[in-house]
Ligand binder design. Sequence first.
Ligand SMILES: Cc1ncc(COP(=O)(O)O)c(C=O)c1O
Length: 373
Amino acid sequence: MIYLDHNATSPVDQRVLEAMQPYMTSIYGNPSSLYRLGRVARSALETARCQIAALVGAEPSEVIFTSGGTEANNLAIKGLFVNSQVKKIFIPKTEHPSVLAAALSLKDPLAIEYLDVDSQGLVDFEIAPSRLGAGLNFVSVMMANNETGVIQPIAKLSEYFKAIHSAIILHTDAVQALGKIPVDIATLNVDMISLSSHKIYGPKGVGALVARNPELLTPLLFGGSQEHGVRAGTENVPAIIGFGKAAEIAQQSLMTRSEFLKQLRDYLEGQLRSQIPGVMLFSEQVKRLPNTVQFAIPKTDGEMMLMQLDKKACAVSSGSACANGGQASHVLMAMGVNEALAKSAVRVSLGEMNTKDEIDQFIILLKSIVNHA
Ligand SMILES: Cc1ncc(COP(=O)(O)O)c(C=O)c1O
């Protein structure tokens, strides 16, 4: 099996699995329980909180565990709007569906202002100050796009918005950036960051919202007082321990991992250009994640390509894993790519276990599918 879809999810690192196991068998206490078994679970959970905070340069008290990136994005958006003075939210058209749909769910009187992107996918954030509403404004821009890998200049964007308006809350969805490029809350100068474990070789179903001011958030779930009272429910201890371990490993290996991925990605791009006539690489002129390549072979169908590759035991994605049903990618459409070409799109996202040999095999498979199409 050649797995080339790490932006969809990544396999759990063996060290992560080993760290999690005791918390499913022997150390199964509820972290809210006062006796020893509970206290040991609590202490491990707090260690994980520190590991995640360290990876993004935040304080442990700013980390709110969630069930993943989707819940973190929903908590950032919906949690802020309920009972708050925010009247406007600014989001690029190329955001992940968990941001777009969470914003849409707020309905009126909230005004969603969509930000355009250019042909490379970079957000046009220098908006006229008159577009901002009175009172608090909320801006949510993803750090790196899950389909194209395009990295947005969040620090610059934040500087711009904070200079034109005094009451701005900035959020970035860093689910895809985490573990691939540095993510630092102070450098980015944002108020909230969404994270997910399963993109960094941790388990699925766990993530975090890192919030400078958690007290501004109204919970999505009510019940116990877990997670500063912002997210009720017994914590998923084994998954959180796994996320913490994955974050620790990501911090230690960030530079080597990212350099390795970049070299492999550059090799893949070189092979695509030289071996696949007419191939088009999206967003190739701008900074992208070191592991992501989205390309199109004109007059082919991305989903057909995915299915054909699957038959040969090779996993890639056509656009985003969440956007199925044969619809053209909303990200590419927002970049002005025509519908036919957008439907040809294939995304390859590399991981630390991939090899040059696998890339060669992938190119051979791709060529044979194109030649028989
Ligand atoms: C950019 C981005 N944000 C959010 C999510 C949702 O994360 P999760 O799968 O943990 O809910 C994803 C998942 O693909 C993503 O790529």
